[in-house]
Design a protein around this ligand. Sequence first.
Ligand SMILES: NC(=O)c1ccc[n+]([C@@H]2O[C@H](COP(=O)([O-])OP(=O)(O)OC[C@H]3O[C@@H](n4cnc5c(N)ncnc54)[C@H](O)[C@@H]3O)[C@@H](O)[C@H]2O)c1
Length: 250
Amino acid sequence: MKKIAFLGGGKIGRSMMSHVQENGKAQVAFVYDPFLKDADINGVPVVSEIRDEMFEELDLVVECANADVVAQFIARALKYTNFMPFSMTAFRDDALRDSAKAAAEQHGHMIYLPHGAILGLDGIFDGRSELTEVTVETIKSPASLGRADTEYTVLYEGPTRKATELYPRNVNVHAAIALAGIGFDKTHSKIIADPSVNTNTHLIHLVGKGIDFTIRVSSFSEGGVTGKYTPLSACGSLDRVLGGSGFQFV
Ligand SMILES: NC(=O)c1ccc[n+]([C@@H]2O[C@H](COP(=O)([O-])OP(=O)(O)OC[C@H]3O[C@@H](n4cnc5c(N)ncnc54)[C@H](O)[C@@H]3O)[C@@H](O)[C@H]2O)c1
């Protein structure tokens, strides 16, 4: 049976852990989360330190903590195994992205980039050579952006690189679109705090030679940074990465 580990045992991590324990596709070796008081989650040990040898014999490490944790562990983990990051804003750092890609290639491992809160990253990636203009607009409640605005407020408008620096926990969608499409400098971001909504909404517009896509995704916000859809999406991505048999959308 495949063996996996999680960096971060919050909302997304726990959803994936329960899912994999229910479907029996993999054994979870440990959860690294120094901020949890629990000694275990559903019988999986919670550890507060990582030694590199803990990555040996794993088939996959899943990051669901924050962008700093991606920066800290991606190259170390890729020496031994595959890596799936959810904190995509980490890749605004070109040097980190390049070194992660180089480590994956050198050691023959994969970096699996999950679609997370949105849909269609695979299709955007496939059409990227023809894309000329990409915009991503996100509307969230002030609370989910860690703010207390009482009226509709445009917080940021400009290149995605700066958006991901200003709101690293809230604009993973922007980072994912930039990575799949035309990059962090050419992708245009807009971030809005709207006290009248209880959803996370992302409006994505992609234009290119013979291409015009609009993607609108809205998902109920249950508090925290993650909406209703992402845990479902994360479990689907994990299933695809772990493999098996039967139908699979590619
Ligand atoms: N790719 C996407 O579309 C997408 C969508 C939603 C959330 N996210 C990102 O996924 C990540 C996890 O989201 P969540 O909703 O599970 O968050 P969460 O706040 O529920 O859980 C995060 C967990 O990480 C732990 N943590 C914090 N610092 C850590 C560290 N240095 N080392 C190890 N663990 C640490 C926390 O204790 C917490 O248990 C966040 O970075 C979030 O921004 C990505």
